[in-house]
Design a protein around this ligand. Structure first.
Ligand SMILES: Nc1nc2c(ncn2[C@@H]2O[C@H](COP(=O)(O)OP(=O)(O)OP(=O)(O)O)[C@@H](O)[C@H]2O)c(=O)[nH]1
Ligand SMILES: [Ca+2]
Length: 509
């Protein structure tokens, strides 16, 4: 059946209107996006690199970081792109043949040459920071520690990077840079808190405290609520326009390897060639050469003359006895401040959340106590360690055939030591325990002092908030697209209302 003439005209008018509108719409979008892209071309990506060697007491790690040059004062832009474990022990262990300390770094330095593009190598800063192992060596024999550092320096200077020096960092620096690293990675430094001023009582997101457990020393760093009574433990930072009064302390000899040395030194009997050790699983045995045991600064307090050179350590896997032995290395009897952690060291009340890394993480992760999605109470953690200690060594070895024997054999001691250090040493209780997160990496970068060290030395953390930058390229394009859509929509509405009137006039609708 034939349609009436008016209906046909009406349909054709609407069709034309839609075709023209569609055409205009597509044209407008294409024009605006093209203009936005061409006129506001992003700058070519200028990536910068930085290299830090963490010369720890137990081993050396090399870290490579990268960041976009144009955003270097923002927070959270520096990313770890590579980590290389140096083969062999920490550089302080080469004190008898210092030239080998530098050579040991070759494999990782060669790897760094492969990671940093050739055209960036000359401008890439290279730092080496040595921690507690070298601190101990320099206390016992400063000449030897200088020789080790020279050997390292001679080797690092051979590479095409911008070598900035090798030095022993202080325990205070180690604590402070660890704190900066985790708060930088967690994005705690830059926050728009202007709106918070309307609500007096409300505070911005607080920084995390940092707990680092190495082989020879351990650090605790946090922003306390009360005054810091001892100047040695007090640091002041102004970062991104905010001031921070930070408490930090580094306990030399309380890293997990040196804590174990303290236990051996205290428990070995002058004439016994056997040490029944409750901190190792039943069936585990280890030979310990004790000739140099008491030459170490960390064991000086337990000095005694021995008639033996070797002692066989035999595990008895007795958690309660192990705990009793471990607690003896924390002296809590004297304190000249209003409160102390241990060994007469001032410590304010614990405050806020804490990130615990290095051996805190390695050990708790192995014991399945580090899962943030499935947090365990302090009581659960104690029970887990107790159970692990009671397991026979053969059974443990069969279950974890790929784990390094040194690490596996020490988890009973390490678990007991960590819980004692946190609870008895630092004063965490069942409630504050829940504020500890055991972390290895944060947003792909290892938690540790190296990133904070590099950020500080390259002046990447400004004291004041940098002025806000004009819109980024992506933001500019998005803004143009949204405004063009709004514009087209408005035009469309106007057009349709005009068309409606004309069509009504012509009797089309
Ligand atoms: N279970 C386990 N232990 C590890 C691992 N890597 C290192 N450790 C041990 O954990 C302890 C701390 O290691 P690090 O944090 O590297 O210590 P460090 O930096 O050498 O020592 P400091 O100079 O005191 O900081 C040492 O006893 C290491 O032997 C690992 O992957 N797993
Ligand atoms: Ca360390």
């Amino acid at each position: 059946m034939e349609q009436p003439r008016g209906t046909k005209q009406k349909k054709s008018c609407q069709k034309n209107v839609f075709i023209i509108l569609g055409f205009l719409f597509i044209l407008a979008i294409i024009t605006i996006i093209t203009v936005a892209i061409i006129q506001n071309k992003p700058l070519e990506k200028n990536v910068k690199y930085g290299i830090v060697l963490d010369a720890g007491s137990s081993h050396t790690n090399l870290y490579i970081y990268e960041w976009p040059a144009e955003k270097e004062n923002d927070t959270g832009v520096v990313k770890q792109v590579d980590m290389c474990k140096v083969d062999g022990p920490g550089i302080s262990s080469y004190y008898k043949e210092p030239e080998k300390a530098g050579l040991s770094l070759k494999k990782c330095m060669d790897e760094a040459k492969g990671v940093v593009p050739e055209n960036r190598q000359r401008e890439t800063p290279l730092y080496l920071g040595a921690t507690a192992g070298m601190r101990l060596l320099s206390m016992v024999n400063p000449g030897l520690s200088d020789q080790v550092l020279s050997s390292v320096e001679n080797n690092l200077e051979l590479y095409p990077f911008d070598y900035q020096g090798a030095r022993i960092i202080t325990g205070q620096e180690e604590g402070a840079y660890g704190w900066i690293t985790i708060n930088y990675l967690l994005g705690k430094f830059v926050q728009d808190e202007s709106w918070l001023s309307f609500f007096p009582g409300l505070k911005g997101s607080e920084t995390f405290g940092a707990l680092d457990l190495g082989g020879a020393s351990t650090q605790i760093t946090f922003v306390p609520e009360n005054d810091i009574e001892s100047p040695d433990n007090s640091l002041h930072f102004r970062l991104y326009g905010r001031s921070y009064n930070v408490y930090t302390h580094s306990f030399l000899c309380y890293g997990k390897d040196q804590a174990l040395q303290q236990l051996f030194a205290s428990n070995i009997k002058p004439t016994d060639t056997i040490l029944q050790d409750p901190c190792f699983n039943v069936g585990y045995t280890r030979n310990v050469n004790v000739t140099g045991l008491y030459k170490n600064h960390c064991t000086a307090a337990y000095r005694k003359s021995l008639n033996v050179t070797n002692v066989q350590v035999i595990g008895t896997g007795n958690h309660d006895q192990c705990l009793q032995n471990v607690l003896e290395i924390f002296n809590r009897s004297q304190c000249t401040y209003s409160r102390c952690s241990f060994n007469g060291v001032f410590q304010p009340h614990l405050q806020g959340d804490f990130g615990a890394f290095s051996a805190f993480f390695f050990v708790m992760d192995f014991l399945k106590l580090a899962d943030i999605k499935n947090p365990k109470s302090l009581e659960d953690a104690k029970e887990t360690v107790r159970k692990f200690c009671s397991r026979p060594w053969q059974e443990v070895k069969v279950e974890f055939p790929k784990t390094k024997e040194k690490y596996l054999s020490e988890y009973c001691f390490s678990g007991t030591y960590i819980l004692s250090l946190l609870e008895v040493g630092y004063g965490f209780n069942s409630t504050s325990w829940d504020s500890i997160r055991f972390v290895g990496k944060i947003s792909g970068s290892d938690a540790g002092w190296t990133l904070g060290y590099m950020l500080n030395l390259t002046n990447m953390i400004p004291a004041e908030l940098p002025p806000s930058r004009p819109l980024s390229h992506e933001g500019y394009v998005a803004l143009m697209v949204v405004s063009s859509l709004v514009l087209v929509a408005v035009l469309l509405i106007i057009w349709l209302s005009c068309c409606k009137e004309k069509c009504l006039e012509k009797g089309i609708i």
